[in-house]
Design a protein around this ligand. Structure first.
Ligand SMILES: *Cc1c(COP(=O)(O)O)cnc(C)c1O
Length: 382
């Protein structure tokens, strides 16, 4: 006997590529003229999926793409996506040939990394590099002038290297106090000056992610690297968010269809540990989504939308299921929305993030491959 199993519409993420495109155009419109736009699509396009987001970003006018890893960059090349791609995490030095052969740029985060990479490089194809400066983030990058001078000297003597860019990353761009942003910019400017004076006047200089690109036009420099805001998220403090007047639309919504509905009598319990007790006779529905799908166990108590009305997640979230209290009876098969719009109301990603004590980016990155992405350019399916 064969069991027909079409890709299930039991749980899905609806990805609005039209909104992604609109967000990109809106952000671009705020940038100084001539500033290039790098769309940052790490973590599988902030959970939205590669290569669909990459295609949309390029169609909307992005000049370059950044991804998390060389593997993600290769996935894009495999999907026939051309144009500059920069993985933000350095690859092992023995993978530089793969990068060169596929026209993928790489970050140079230290003299040691570059030496090892050159020792292992066998192809005669050029390797495009962006020098990563650690101006205060304390994560990756060349930290001081003497190391930078030695890296630049290697670039000058090795004909197989193309110095495409110089960049840094800001640690506090989303915080109200901008003093450390200014300090990082000051340090970075000094390092950039060294690179330019050493014979690379055309290296593309970049430092701004979403927050800096939206808050400080003077830090847009030659290029911005925008990630979160592509997807309608402002990666800034609540007090800073009020100062940014940019209509961005949420591109990600999450839905599940009710598997079963039951009447639970007053005083009866629901789920593991009897963590929830019905306060009166209630309609409880079971959804086929749980923490293995990316729905945090801390989502207990979170509001959800059922035909435009508020329900709530009750009891402990299970591995592949969770239970909700319905606002009123609906039949099994009804669509329930955990993120995004339903019946004229909406749940922002930020709301779930606040609820579980994290940031919206972590929420987006948490819904893994068990949740199929459905790409649409209009209204979510009913
Ligand atoms: C993630 C990342 C970005 C994009 O940041 P957003 O705040 O999501 O716009 C830019 N540059 C680097 C180095 C990053 O790691």
């Amino acid at each position: 006997m064969t069991i027909a199993c079409k890709p299930s519409a039991a749980v899905w993420a609806d990805i609005r590529l039209d909104r992604l495109e609109r967000n990109i155009r809106a952000i671009r419109a705020l940038l100084p003229p001539g500033c290039a736009f790098m769309a940052v699509l790490k973590a599988d396009g902030y959970g939205h999926g590669l290569p669909e987001t990459a295609r949309t970003a390029l169609a909307a006018g992005a000049d370059a793409l950044a991804v998390g890893t060389l593997r993600e960059a290769l996935l894009l090349r495999g999907a026939s996506i051309r144009g500059p791609i920069l993985p933000l995490t350095p690859c092992p030095p023995d993978e530089v040939d793969i990068a060169a052969e596929n026209g993928i740029s790489l970050p140079v985060v230290s003299r040691q990394w570059l030496e090892e990479a050159l020792r292992r490089k066998t192809t005669r194809l050029p390797l495009r590099v962006h020098l990563k400066i650690d101006s205060g983030m304390g994560r990756l990058g060349i930290c001081d002038g003497s190391e930078l001078r030695r890296v630049v000297a290697m670039l000058r003597t090795d004909g197989g290297l193309i110095a495409e860019g110089v960049y840094t990353h800001l640690a506090t761009a989303g915080q109200a106090d901008d003093s450390f942003v200014r300090e990082q910019h000051r340090r970075f400017s000094g390092m950039c000056g060294m690179v330019r004076d050493a014979g690379f006047p055309h290296a593309v200089v970049h430092c701004a992610g979403s927050a800096a690109a939206l808050r400080f036009p003077e830090l847009a420099l030659d290029m911005v690297r925008v990630g979160a805001s592509l997807f309608g998220i402002l990666p800034v403090d609540d007090e800073t968010a009020g100062g940014i007047e940019l209509p961005l639309a949420q591109t990600f919504s999450l839905h599940a269809r009710i598997v079963q509905v039951k009447r639970v009598g007053k005083g009866e319990s629901v789920g593991y540990g009897r963590a929830y007790t019905a306060a009166e006779d209630e309609w409880i529905a079971t959804l086929p989504i749980g923490y293995a799908d990316g729905l945090s166990r801390r989502c207990t108590g979170m509001p959800v939308l059922v035909e435009g009305q508020w329900g709530v997640i009750v009891g402990s979230v299970c591995m592949n299921q969770c239970m909700i209290r319905l606002p009123s009876f609906v039949p099994a098969g009804t669509r329930v929305t955990l993120l995004g719009e339903n019946g004229g109301r909406s749940i922002p990603v930020k709301r779930m993030a606040d609820w579980i004590g994290t940031i919206p980016q972590e929420v987006l990155a948490s819904f893994g491959s068990r949740v199929p992405r459905i790409y649409s350019t209009g209204r979510p399916p009913d």
